[in-house]
Design a binder for this molecule. Structure first.
Ligand code: NAD
Length: 479
């Protein structure tokens, strides 16, 4: 029998007020994975009230204790990595050889921020001997976290861990395309000792469950990961509420290959840079800029590597899983059509993948376009699939100009053996992350976030912790 998932409110599974559920299907097989509660504004209110009631208990808990509980949650996630990885693989199609590794990586957020919880402290400001002036770093209270479907547990953990370590309580609204691991994480959080109400999950779609969370008067901060369009809508509401937001949005990141790059290292990593997780990574390096002197050689090598890349959810890593859901799959096919109409040349891929074990799934072949112009849709818009464009350049200056010719600014890559050039170019790229001779390096200690339309604020690293704290100054005259 198909499992039914309820909301997670106040430390327990709670049926949705309206009694409605939606179906979650496997993108690899098309079969029903689970029925999931459709939350609405009343459910959101219940969850927010629960988080509001729990906020003093959590904020006033000794930070070392708070950190210990978070590290216990990290342990439980690792212990359950096989199970959680399987769920994630079934629901959103992540390769089954990759998803348990991602669970272990997600657990590290709780280890890292749990370890930092007791290091959050204020400072004093010398004014004169009669004045005692100090700063306190305080939690906001109830934080709403809204996540997309491409790395469900990872993205939830990425925002949740610093929010909780800072002493906030949370209502998480995962994507309607990938709800299950968030609910399982909430259950494990209670098992780890997180008090009831500190971490709640309301599942459902953006309109019925996401929007009421953003507008709720008791929610004091929103952390949103998702598309620019939704980020803009949330930002507009936040402006009305004068509420801080962290917005982690989309990208169209450049990956620049200079003629002196070590091609043996560059070819496989530039390929992984845009096909890992079937290209459904916000930082994917999808605009591949290659110096003209090596363009043909590089293009031939990467096209051959792309064409022979293994496809199928349940194969050893590395392998390409399906696209996570039907609307996204259709969107990618639409980009193929527009590329053809606009006159791009398809070097490899450009169609769905078929064959044994693939026909029931939403599989897309790794795809590369060349002969593209700056105005083409495949060059300008985020596709969110295993699709890259190859663009030649002649000089360093031209590479920087093309790299920055985008409204996004999330990530970027540079491949060169010239260290001076690497840092010179890094300093001029308009992006929150610059990788040099690597890509998708996933250190949780390193901050990430967007320049330009890719976002506001930072997740990961110490920077994220500060984004979940507000500053209070206390000044006393010693009379
Ligand atoms: P999306 O914006 O459609 O949805 C994201 C979340 O917002 C979902 O939970 C959805 O239900 C919710 N939502 C939708 N409308 C809402 C509304 N009006 N109010 C409140 N919540 C609402 O994005 P998606 O399609 O799920 O994810 C893909 C996008 O996410 C891509 O653009 C990708 O680049 C981006 N992304 C960014 C990062 C990052 O760290 N910068 C990471 C992963 C994904």
């Amino acid at each position: 029998m198909t499992q039914q998932y309820e909301l997670y409110i106040d430390g327990k599974f709670t049926p949705p007020e309206a009694g409605q559920y939606f179906d979650s299907f496997s993108p690899a097989t098309g079969t029903l994975v689970a029925r999931v509660a459709q939350g609405n504004a009343k459910d959101v209110d219940l969850a927010v009230q629960s988080a509001f009631a729990a906020k003093r208990v959590w904020a006033e808990m000794n930070p070392l204790e708070r950190g210990k509980i978070l590290r216990k949650l990290a342990d439980l996630l690792v212990q359950n990595a096989a199970y959680l990885g399987k769920l994630e693989s079934e629901e959103m199609g992540m390769p089954s050889s990759l998803s348990p590794m991602i669970v272990v990586e997600s657990a590290k957020f709780f280890d890292y921020y749990g370890g930092l919880a007791a290091s959050i402290h204020g400072d004093t400001i010398p004014i004169n001997p009669q004045i005692f002036c100090y700063n306190l770093y305080e939690p906001y209270g109830v934080v709403g976290i809204i996540t997309p479907w491409n790395g469900p547990l990872n993205q939830a953990a990425r925002s949740l861990a610093p929010a909780l370590a800072a002493g906030n309580t949370v209502v998480l609204k995962p994507s309607e395309f990938s709800s299950l691991t968030a609910l399982e994480m909430a259950r494990l959080a209670t098992e780890a000792g997180i008090p009831n109400g500190v971490f709640n999950v309301v599942t459902g779609d953006g309109v019925n469950a996401g929007a009421p969370l953003v507008t709720h008067p008791l929610v004091r901060k929103i952390s949103f990961t998702g598309s620019v369009k939704t980020g803009q809508a949330i930002g507009a509401i936040a402006a009305q509420k004068i509420m801080p937001v962290t917005l982690e949005l989309g990208g169209k990141s450049p990956n620049i290959v200079f003629e002196d790059a070590k091609l043996d290292a560059a070819v496989p990593m530039v390929l992984m840079g845009f096909i890992l997780n079937s290209g459904q990574i916000c930082t994917s390096g999808t605009r591949i800029l290659v110096q003209r002197t090596i363009f043909d050689v590089f293009a031939a090598k990467i096209a051959a590597a792309a064409a022979s890349f293994p496809i199928g959810r349940d194969r050893p890593f590395p392998t390409l899983g399906p696209i996570a859901n039907k609307p996204q799959f259709e969107k990618i096919l639409g980009f193929f059509e527009s590329a053809r109409q606009e006159g791009a040349t398809c070097l490899t891929g450009g169609e769905r993948a078929s064959g044994e074990g693939l026909d029931q799934g939403l599989y897309i072949k790794p795809t590369l376009f060349t002969n593209v112009t700056p105005d083409m849709k495949v060059v300008r818009e985020e596709i969110f699939g295993p699709v890259g464009v190859l663009i030649p350049f002649d000089s360093e200056e031209e590479a920087i100009r093309i790299a920055n010719d985008t409204e996004y600014g999330l990530a970027s890559g540079i491949w060169t053996q010239d260290a001076s050039r690497a840092h010179r170019v890094a300093s001029r790229l308009e992006a929150g992350t610059v990788y040099i001779n690597t890509y998708h390096e996933r250190a949780i200690e390193a901050p990430m976030g967007g320049y330009k339309k890719s976002g506001i604020g930072r997740e990961k690293g110490m920077a994220a912790l500060h984004d979940y704290l507000q500053l209070k100054n206390v000044t006393m005259k010693l009379i």
